[in-house]
Write a protein that binds this ligand. Structure first.
Ligand code: G3P
Ligand code: MG
Length: 257
């Protein structure tokens, strides 16, 4: 069995979800700045492709919830997407905040010595190409910064991780699991994943043991509750993705601030 995680693990124990959780408009540069203002050093984001192949940040397939646009985001060019308002839905304070490309977020992160977990969040039907394009871009951006920890590329979609592995095998990969579907172990092994990132209630002693025996790291999403933080801390997880950047101090030690 490949032991992918004999490799070093340079990432902090706390990762800010979508920039600053629910405190700022998700996946905008304003949100990542807000998370950084709370002391966070690593950020999760959701990356997908525009109609003209630009990698940009958006959680949903559609524009409706988090921008003033309508319909499937992947049908729009970046030129159109870049003019949308991705802040007003969250509050007047953020009005006019534009969507963000992965490149802009990466440059900001690298300039500030911060780290990224890039979730490959493909529009349905674009799983493999989105993985490839994210990895190609990430390799290009991080290659100029050999001192910086590489981005952790993650996805619920094995095809996306396969695409990432084919384009930039050196970038670490994490398989996201919302449930423990049959065969996930073989898939994680085939993709040479360094981490398994589970929906937090799935974690227990047996699962931690199994994943560690496979040489992988154990992370949880999205953890916003003190009791659950303590439970996961006792299990010895390697990282927690949280919305509550205002509640949990992003130190190396798990636990409420
Ligand atoms: O990457 C962890 C978490 O973000 C996965 O779920 O739906 O918030 O992207 P979601
Ligand atoms: Mg996500």
């Amino acid at each position: 069995m490949t032991i992918a995680t004999s490799a070093p693990w340079p990432y902090p124990a706390w990762i800010a979800h979508r920039g600053a959780g629910k405190l700022a408009p998700e996946n905008t540069l304003a949100a990542f700045r807000h998370g950084a203002d709370h002391g966070y050093r690593m950020f999760e984001c959701d990356a997908k492709l525009s109609a003209d192949g630009v990698v940009f940040l958006l959680h949903d397939d559609d524009l409706d919830r988090t921008t003033d646009g309508r319909g499937l985001a992947a049908r729009q060019t970046w030129s159109t997407l870049s003019r949308l308002d991705a802040g007003s839905w969250h509050g007047r304070r953020w009005a006019g905040e534009p969507p963000c490309t992965l490149e802009a977020l990466a440059r900001w992160s690298l300039c500030n010595g911060l780290m990224l977990n890039i979730e490959i969040k493909p529009t349905p039907g674009q799983e493999e190409i989105t993985g490839r394009e994210v990895a190609v871009l990430a390799r290009a951006l991080w290659s100029a910064h050999p001192e910086a920890p590489p981005p952790l590329l993650s996805s619920f979609r094995p095809e996306s991780l396969q695409g990432a592995m084919s384009s930039a095998p050196e970038l670490p990969r994490g398989l996201l699991l919302h449930s423990l579907w049959t065969g996930w172990q073989e898939v994680a092994r085939a993709l040479n994943c360094g981490a398994i990132i589970c929906h937090h209630p799935l974690w227990d002693d047996a699962l931690v043991r199994e994943i560690r025996q496979g040489g992988m790291r154990c992370l949880a999403y999205t953890v916003n509750d003190d009791d659950e933080v303590r439970r996961l801390q006792a299990l010895g997880l390697d990282g927690l993705i949280t919305d509550r950047v205002d509640r949990y101090a992003p130190t190396g030690v798990l636990g409420p601030a």
